[in-house]
Design a protein around this ligand. Structure first.
Ligand SMILES: [Zn+2]
Length: 170
C-alpha cells in the first residue's frame, strides 16, 4: 500500500500497487476524478502519511486479456484485448483476424471467435464472446456456444478453439 497526495486536489490517497492492472499509465482520483499518472507512486515527493487518506479502489480499468496456453502445437501467447470488436483465430497470411494465434492446430479456424469489448455503466468494461461461424465451434467453460449465442466473460473463464485452450482474465 502506497500513500500519495493527489497532485490536483491534494487529497491523501492510499493505493494498493498489487491491484493495479498491468500496463495502465494512470488512474482516477476518487475525489476530484482527475487523472493521476502511475509514475507518482514512485516519486517520493508526493509521499504522504496522514490520517485523512482515501483508499483508492477498485482500480479496475477492467480491460481483459487472453492467455493462450502452451501445448505441443502452440507456444504460450498473451493477447491483450481492446475496446471494440476483435476477431481471433489461427495466424495465417489468408486470415482477416484482428489477433492471430501462432499455432499448428489446424482445427482452429482462421477467424474463430469474436470478442466485443464495451464500456459498462460503471466505467469498467464488459467482454462479449461469440463463435465466429467456425468450422469446429467454440467451447466456453466446457459447453459449446450455440450459433448466435453471446456470453459475458468472467475472470478465469476457459475458451477452447480447435484443440487450443485460452484463458480469459480481467
Ligand atoms: Zn484529486
Amino acid at each position: 500500500m502506497i500513500s500519495v497526495r493527489c497532485p490536483h486536489c491534494h487529497v491523501g490517497l492510499k493505493v494498493d500497487e498489487g491491484k493495479l492492472p498491468p500496463g495502465i499509465s494512470s488512474f482516477k482520483c476518487p475525489k476530484c476524478k482527475q487523472s493521476i499518472p502511475i509514475s507518482i507512486l514512485r516519486e517520493q515527493k508526493h509521499a504522504y502519511s496522514g490520517s485523512d487518506t482515501t483508499l483508492v479502489q477498485p482500480l479496475k480499468t477492467g480491460m481483459g486479456r487472453l492467455t493462450v496456453l502452451a501445448d505441443g502445437d502452440t507456444p504460450e501467447q498473451l493477447l491483450p484485448l481492446h475496446e471494440g470488436i476483435t476477431i481471433i483465430g489461427r495466424k495465417s497470411a489468408a486470415s482477416n483476424a484482428t489477433l492471430g494465434i501462432a499455432t499448428n492446430d489446424r482445427s482452429m479456424s482462421r477467424e474463430h471467435i469474436r470478442i466485443e469489448v464495451k464500456k459498462d455503466a460503471k466505467g469498467g468494461y464488459k467482454h462479449y464472446l461469440s463463435d465466429n461461424n467456425s468450422r469446429n465451434h467454440t467451447l466456453y467453460n466446457s459447453s459449446f456456444l450455440e450459433k448466435g449465442e453471446v456470453v459475458v466473460l468472467n475472470d478465469n473463464d476457459e475458451i477452447v478453439i480447435g484443440r487450443t485452450v485460452i484463458r480469459f482474465n480481467e
